[in-house]
Design a protein around this ligand. Structure first.
Ligand code: SAH
Length: 225
């Protein structure tokens, strides 16, 4: 390994340790002591440095959010890992993401399931995410520009849905697009106010069960219709 590769490997190791530490620290809230090793493997595999702006690349492995332009952020690695864990991904699953952003969360998920669909309202962000996916050869992610409050009817039902912006309420369309037994992982709360990460599970009869996971801070989910 050359110096650059060693620095990178060290960065990834540090990020994984930070995620494991924050998982233990938040366990009193989440009830989760340790994340699925498959999720940790995906976090190790996906090059987060490819998804952050070039001038912030030296901070790509820090366990914090970073600005990606258009007033948006790439989420904190711990939160990405936790949300992915809460989806309980399986290799044959097809999942939906709302809020493509940098493309990072979708990329992590795409290493664990068969197919990822991702909706984003800002066309420039979608275009940049598509470019990165092509560069990395990640060919099981399909993106669309649109309002995620409506989900993506065409490919429903999904084996899991993750929302990476804070919604004022749980969008009914997303609950409707969940397969039986699937989870909707979503931060709910006022813009820049008290938000709670929820794991909502739909049962065979279409009834839902909601679990409060953790207080969080996400950029707002914008409903312009
Ligand atoms: N998953 C992203 C995080 C992006 S931040 C990542 O890993 O980088 C949240 C994203 O949600 C922003 O890009 C924002 O533009 C988008 N967003 C906000 N409201 C939305 C809506 N109603 N529909 C789709 N995307 C939305």
């Amino acid at each position: 390994m050359n110096e650059e590769q060693e620095r990178r490997a060290e960065g990834i190791r540090r990020m994984l340790e930070d995620i494991a530490r924050e998982t233990r620290l938040t366990a009193p809230f989440t009830g989760i002591e340790e994340l699925d090793p498959r999720v940790m493997q995906a976090m190790a595999e996906v090059p987060r440095d490819a998804f952050v702006p070039a001038e912030l690349r030296h901070r790509a492995w820090d366990n914090g959010p970073l600005p990606i332009g258009k007033g948006q952020t790439i989420s904190q690695p711990f939160i990405v890992a936790l949300m992915t864990h809460l989806l309980e991904p399986e290799p044959r699953d097809r999942m939906l993401e709302v809020g493509t952003g940098s493309g990072y969360q979708g990329a992590v998920l795409s290493r664990l399931v068969d197919r990822v669909y991702s909706v984003e309202r800002v066309p420039e962000l979608t275009a940049e995410a598509i470019r990165i996916y092509q560069e990395l050869g990640y060919d099981n992610i399909e993106t669309r520009v649109g309002n995620g409050f409506a989900g993506w009817e065409e490919h429903a039902p999904y084996d899991g849905i993750v929302v990476t912006a804070a919604a004022s309420h749980v969008p009914p369309a997303l609950v409707e697009q969940l397969a039986p037994g699937a989870h909707l992982v979503i931060p709910v709360g006022p813009p820049y106010g008290r938000q709670e990460l929820l794991q909502i599970t739909r049962d065979q009869e279409g009834q839902v069960d909601t679990r409060d996971i953790l207080p969080v801070a996400f950029v707002p989910m914008i409903d312009e219709d």
